[in-house]
Design a protein around this ligand. Structure first.
Ligand SMILES: [Zn+2]
Length: 281
């Protein structure tokens, strides 16, 4: 990894709730961010979600009077690495009646390393094998199947990794995956399908069935691994070095954001926390 890339690490400079609040402030103002103006409403539907964070309480108390009532109806937004506002509203749960079996964050078996700790770069949801996986957001399919390395958000060249898969005929061991450009600067990755029901170029709407829950790739059971990244982001998650050595994976991927920061409340998808899923155990 280059020195510049290391300088960009760690990936996330501000807690997501603060980014959300800042983004909403920009959306409200419709112009460059004015320092100190942080809405105190508009994202208060996150109660019951993991992480113990609440965008409402992250803003200064005095901001309440500065926020117009319309803030409550404005979608979520973040400021990406390029300091542009991205509207991350319009997301729904890609698997319903499911349990969160692993959160986004530190995890002893995570493929990545963030701030010196192994890290799980997405949200795992599970109910039963063969359950329908839904598009979490409107978008266009840009990857479907196993040959999705170029759109999976790796940082750097994937040629060596792909060549090893060719030589050892290991493509079949990879997870069936769908990558959708959500049209808002972010891409959704859906991993471990039993069957993929969309093709590259297909336009999907939130809630459309895109395949069936499975356990292809590195999985101990049927579940959906869902993650979100922006190809514009410059922050990185380091790949576990032993995996880089063993399988020639690129040394880093583009940093992901916590899917819980864009999802509606758990209740909207009949989602519950699985045992031990919140603490990375
Ligand atoms: Zn996962």
């Amino acid at each position: 990894m280059s020195a510049a890339a290391r300088a960009a690490h760690p990936a996330i400079h501000l807690p997501v709730p603060i980014l959300l609040a800042l983004g909403a402030a920009l959306l409200i103002a419709g112009q460059p961010l004015a320092a100190g103006i942080v809405p105190s409403s508009g994202m208060g539907d996150r109660s019951g979600m993991g992480g113990g964070v609440d965008a409402v309480s992250s803003g200064p108390p005095s901001a309440a009077s500065a926020s117009p009532p319309e803030a409550a109806t404005i979608g979520r937004g973040v400021i990406d690495d390029q300091a542009t506002v991205v509207d991350l509203s319009g997301y729904r749960w890609p698997l319903e009646h499911a349990r969160i079996t692993q959160a986004f964050g530190p995890a002893s078996d995570g493929l990545f390393v963030v701030d010196g700790a192994r890290f799980h770069d997405g949200l795992d949801l599970a109910n039963f094998c063969g359950a329908r996986i839904l598009a979490a957001h409107d978008g266009v399919v840009i990857g479907a199947g196993r040959h999705v390395l170029d759109v999976s958000g790796w940082a750097g060249d994937v040629a060596a990794y792909g060549a090893r898969l060719d030589t050892k005929q290991l493509w079949g061991t990879l997870a069936l995956t769908v990558v959708i450009d959500d049209g808002n600067g972010y891409r959704s990755l859906y991993v471990h399908f039993h069957r993929v029901d969309v093709i590259v170029g297909q336009v999907v709407h939130a809630g459309d069935v895109i395949g069936l829950e499975g356990s292809t790739g590195h999985a101990t059971g049927c579940h959906l691994h869902y993650s979100l990244y922006s190809p514009r982001a410059t922050s990185l998650f380091d790949t576990n070095p032993s995996e880089v050595t063993r399988s020639y994976l690129p040394a880093a991927e583009i940093a992901r954001i916590d899917p819980l920061s864009v999802m509606p409340p758990l209740e909207a998808g009949w989602i519950t926390w699985g045992w031990g899923a919140r603490d990375g155990s």
